[in-house]
Design a protein around this ligand. Structure first.
Ligand code: ADP
Ligand code: MG
Ligand code: MG
Length: 250
């Protein structure tokens, strides 16, 4: 079973301290959700976990299956099975979606995946996710709508078969049908071999992917943890009422 351990994590970006003492453990088979208002450090946490160079870890420890992630580059973390669907995935000029995906799968698996079976698998997954086959040949994310980018991130996840997946606002920009397709794809991947961290503002996605644990992030720290009912409470009462420091924090 995969195991991601975050202990007393502190992250700075652009000279500002953003994540300030965050503890979280995610095991295979578990789905965790982090909720919190804008600007509380959710994306900063995600970027730091993946090893984005603009996000500096100033204290704390971060391990995946007892490997020290802090000593590993982004590509090494991906190879170890960490996956991040970014809130705003970028374009890569001159690289087709299919080629990008094949290179990423090769890197993850540490072998050259034969082209034909790869393409067959790719097209099958695209169909499942309601992505038009023409998106295989298009430049990665160029001219993709918000919802198309999000579905494409889930396509990447399905092909890469990560051990720990971090999904940063994967629900933003999705209409209800796309939301259901994305939720179904994630639910289909749920197993003891995968731990999931869903970052979201809204309960909406969590109505389709029942999380085992919900955490509220405030000022770069988890101030409250609970079960699915905590997401319901947040939607009903808002973050201020629910994020009283100390209450159930862990
Ligand atoms: P969230 O995802 O919860 O909305 P972010 O992690 O994106 O929050 O941002 C948290 C705070 O950190 C914000 O005040 C934001 O402006 C700041 N921040 C995020 N990334 C950077 C960066 N690369 N450089 C400087 N400040 C940043
Ligand atoms: Mg935000
Ligand atoms: Mg964010």
């Amino acid at each position: 079973k995969p195991q991601l351990k975050i202990e007393n994590l502190h992250v700075s970006a652009g000279g500002t301290r953003i994540v300030q003492g965050l503890d979280l453990q995610i095991n295979g088979g578990e789905v965790h959700a982090i909720m919190g208002p804008n600007g509380t450090g959710k994306s900063t946490l995600a970027m730091a976990l993946m090893g984005h160079p603009r996000y500096e870890v100033t204290a704390g420890s971060l391990t995946l299956d007892e490997q020290n992630l802090l000593e590993m580059r982004v590509d090494e973390r991906a190879r170890a099975g960490l996956f991040l669907a970014m809130q705003e995935p970028g374009e890569i000029a001159g690289v087709s979606n299919a080629n990008f995906l094949r290179l990423a799968v090769n890197a993850r698996e540490g072998r050259e995946v034969p082209v034909l079976p790869f393409h067959r698998g790719l097209l099958a997954k695209m169909q499942e996710l309601g992505i038009d086959p023409s998106f295989a040949d298009r430049t990665l994310n160029e001219g993709f709508s918000g919802g198309e980018k999000k579905r494409n991130e889930i396509l990447q996840m399905a092909l890469l078969k990560p051990r720990i997946a971090i999904l940063d606002e994967i629900d933003s920009g999705l209409d209800i049908d796309a939301l259901k397709a994305v939720a179904k794809a994630i639910n289909d991947m749920r197993s003891d071999h995968l731990g999931v961290l869903i970052i979201t503002h809204y309960r909406r996605l969590l109505d389709h992917i029942a999380p085992d644990h919900v955490h509220v992030l405030k000022n770069g720290r988890i101030v409250r943890s609970g079960g699915k009912d905590l997401a319901d409470l947040l939607e009903e009462k808002g973050y201020e009422a629910v994020s009283g420091e100390g209450e159930g924090a862990r």
